[in-house]
Design a protein around this ligand. Structure first.
Ligand code: PGA
Length: 268
C-alpha cells in the first residue's frame, strides 16, 4: 500500500465519562508501550474518539505524559460560532488539539438526520479549522440487498467530494474515509476482508476521478464494523484498507491495543 500510514481509530460513542477516559487512555498507552517493539516503530497511528466532555482530560493526559496517541471528536458543527445551542465548533476542537473529527457516522445519519449535504458542510468546517475529517460512509442491509455493497458508500463519498472540489483550488485536503457497512456495526458480523476491499477499492477510484492521483494515493481508507483483534489482520492485508475504525472493541484498552499492535504482523 503506497506510503499511507495506517490509522487505528477507536470510536467510543457515548461511553466512558472523563474519569473513565483517563483510566482507559493510561491503560492503552501502557499496554502499547509494553509491547516489545512499540507500535510507533510499526508505523501505525493510534487515535481515540471520546465524547466531547472527555476531550480536555484526554488532551491534558496525552500532552502531559507525551503519549504517542492521537485523539479526535465524534462530531462537529457545520458552523464556526453563533446561536447554535448544543453544537460544538471545529474551532473549539482545534483549540483542544484534536487532530481528527468523525463526520457522518451512520448513527448521526440515522438518529440525527444528517444528509450528505450536512456531511459535506461538516467536512468543510473541519478543514477550515485545520482538523482532519474522518468521513464515514456505508450501506444498510436494505441498500446492500437493493444496490450491492459499493453503490451507496460511493455515492455518499462523491456527494462530499463534489462540494470539496467545487470549493477548492490547489492541493487536495487531507481526508480520511471510513467504510462502515451499517449492518456490520455493533452486530458482531464484520464484512469479509474481500467484501471490504472491493468497496474500499471503489471508494479510492472515486477519489482518483474526483480529486486526482495524488489524493487517491494519499487518502487513508479505513474499514469499520465489528473489528476485533481476531479479524483485523485480514483487513490490513488488503491493498486499499489502511486501518480500522473500531467501536465496541475500542472500549477495552487491552483489546484495542491488540488491534493496534497487529500492524507489525502484517508487513504493511
Ligand atoms: P463496532 O462499531 O466496531 O462496534 O461495530 C464501529 C463504529 O460504529 O464505528
Amino acid at each position: 500500500m503506497a506510503d499511507r500510514i495506517p490509522l487505528i481509530a477507536g470510536n467510543w460513542k457515548m461511553h466512558l465519562d472523563h474519569l473513565q477516559a483517563i483510566a482507559v487512555v493510561q491503560k492503552l498507552a501502557w499496554t502499547l508501550q509494553d509491547a516489545r517493539h512499540s507500535y510507533k516503530a510499526d508505523g501505525a497511528e493510534v487515535a481515540v474518539f471520546p465524547p466531547f466532555t472527555d476531550l480536555r482530560s484526554v488532551q491534558t493526559l496525552i500532552a502531559g505524559d507525551r503519549l504517542e496517541l492521537r485523539f479526535g471528536a465524534q462530531d462537529l458543527s457545520e458552523h464556526d460560532a453563533g446561536a447554535y445551542t448544543g453544537e460544538v465548533s471545529g474551532a473549539f476542537l482545534k483549540a483542544l488539539e484534536c487532530r481528527y473529527v468523525l463526520v457522518g457516522h451512520s448513527e448521526r445519519r440515522q438518529y440525527h438526520g444528517e444528509s450528505d449535504a450536512v456531511c459535506a458542510a461538516k467536512v468543510a468546517a473541519a478543514l477550515r479549522h485545520g482538523l482532519v475529517p474522518v468521513l464515514c460512509v456505508g450501506e444498510t442491509a436494505e441498500d446492500l440487498e437493493a444496490h450491492g455493497a459499493a453503490a451507496v458508500p460511493v455515492a455518499q463519498l462523491r456527494a462530499v467530494l463534489e462540494t470539496l472540489s467545487a470549493g477548492s483550488s490547489g492541493a487536495a485536503p487531507e481526508l480520511v474515509v471510513a467504510y462502515e457497512p451499517v449492518w456490520a456495526i455493533g452486530s458482531g458480523q464484520a464484512a469479509t476482508s474481500e467484501q471490504a476491499q472491493a468497496v474500499c477499492a471503489a471508494l479510492r477510484i472515486a477519489i482518483r476521478e474526483m480529486l486526482g492521483d495524488e489524493a487517491a494515493d494519499a487518502t487513508r481508507i479505513l474499514y469499520g464494523g465489528s473489528v476485533k483483534s481476531g479479524n483485523i489482520a485480514g483487513f490490513l492485508r488488503e491493498a486499499d484498507i489502511d486501518g480500522a475504525l473500531v467501536g465496541g472493541a475500542s472500549l477495552d484498552p487491552v483489546e484495542f491495543a491488540a488491534i493496534a499492535r497487529f500492524q507489525k504482523h502484517v508487513g504493511v
